[in-house]
Design a protein around this ligand. Structure first.
Ligand SMILES: C[S@@+](CC[C@H](N)C(=O)[O-])C[C@H]1O[C@@H](n2cnc3c(N)ncnc32)[C@H](O)[C@@H]1O
Length: 352
């Protein structure tokens, strides 16, 4: 059962805040005059109003389940496939075998994508005996072979991860965004970010003196550069979901809701259908539901589906912890113990 405090949290949702606020206030007044059963009914109706879209997670094998889906059903297929790195949900095989199977999956994925639809394929590296194989390089060739067009190779930069010893520590993964055709859904205005210098003006030419920026903000970009400071650099600096992240579940390779949300908002319309063929703990479903889109997921592990269902339930109850956009996970202040050079190191330097 949904707790009444739920609605205080729902009020802070970015989409349609005035409606949510009005409904919550009204509901608060009405609820005082209702019995428990009436209360539950009213709450359920409000949830239906705030999250009217469909969400379905199919338990099964991706390729088998994809074959059951009709052509051109989805405006967006967004996923992070298994990387063949030996995570608990996969059996590591040769890169050739892995890619061969993935090619079969991709063929089906393209078939179920709508004519104006997009595919976002989020991958990192496959590693063998210390050698890295950037998976997007391999995947690009598969998608290209099927005639898809790459619109962006988005660098997903994150500040945390394993510290490498024999190479530089990896701090990014990529999202390959392909479209099926030249005409495709792209809602740039829905994902603009605040401009760093909104007051900037043209300093020469026919527009001299006029404001050069867009009042809706700037394009979030796909820029490849060494990050200096989060959003200032225009990079997609969405921290990956590690242990101190509010969205963390037991899944070992969960991606952040925020990352999916940006693709959902830019590449689909309200009430579009979205597919995640490797659904994990339902991150895509949450991003879709939050933004008035329908979604289907396919996942072979029952335990992950159970977590996904729980997360969806919590979202509807306003109890799911989500990292607000733009907020760094943790930024130590200069005086925090963790930000200071340890005393032991001071001694070490004085000895040199
Ligand atoms: C990288 S994870 C995706 C995590 C997801 N993006 C999330 O945020 O929770 C890949 C997922 O694919 C699932 N998977 C791997 N092979 C599969 C298959 N053949 N059929 C269905 N699911 C599969 C795994 O169990 C795992 O949850």
């Amino acid at each position: 059962m949904v707790q009444s405090q739920t609605f205080i949290l729902i009020k802070t949702e970015k989409v349609f805040p005035p409606v949510n606020i009005c409904v919550n206030l009204l509901l608060g007044k009405i609820k005082k005059k209702m019995n428990t059963q009436q209360n539950i009914t009213a709450e359920n109706k409000l949830i239906e109003f705030l999250y009217p879209n469909e969400t379905k997670i199919i338990h099964g094998d991706t390729l088998t389940e994809l074959k059951k889906i009709k052509d051109e059903q989805f405006d967006l297929i967004i996923t992070s496939p298994p990387y063949n790195v030996g995570k608990e949900y996969e059996v590591k095989t040769s890169i050739e075998k892995y890619l061969q199977l993935q090619e079969e999956v991709i063929k089906e994925i393209i078939r179920v994508t709508s004519k104006t639809g997009s595919i976002c394929w989020q991958v990192g590296n496959y590693v063998e005996k210390g050698e890295i194989f950037p998976l997007d390089i391999y995947y690009y060739q598969i998608f290209k072979k099927f005639g898809l067009k790459l619109r962006n190779r988005i660098i997903w930069h994150f500040g945390h991860g394993l510290h490498a010893r024999n190479r530089f520590s990896g701090r990014y993964e990529t999202i390959l965004w392909f479209t099926k055709n030249d005409e495709y859904i792209f809602n740039l205005d829905d994902v603009r970010i605040p401009s760093k210098y909104p007051g900037k003006r043209y300093f020469k030419g026919p527009k001299k003196g006029q404001i050069s920026g867009n009042p809706k903000g700037k394009n979030p970009s796909d820029i490849w550069e060494i990050i200096i400071k989060d959003w200032d650099s225009g990079l997609w600096n969405i921290p990956n979901v590690k242990s101190n992240h509010p969205e963390k579940t037991v899944h070992p390779a969960q991606f952040p809701v925020e990352l999916v949300e940006r693709c959902v908002l830019a590449l689909t319309n309200k009430n579009s259908w979205i597919l995640d063929p490797y659904a994990g703990v339902g991150t895509t479903a949450i991003a879709a539901l939050k933004n008035f889109r329908n979604s289907v997921g396919i996942e072979k592990e029952k335990d992950y589906i159970a977590i996904a269902e729980k997360r969806i339930e919590m979202l509807k109850a306003g109890a799911l912890k989500l990292r607000p956009i733009n907020k760094p996970i943790h930024q130590p202040k200069p005086n925090d113990k963790i930000a200071k050079i340890p005393e032991e190191w001071n001694n070490l330097f004085s000895e040199l």
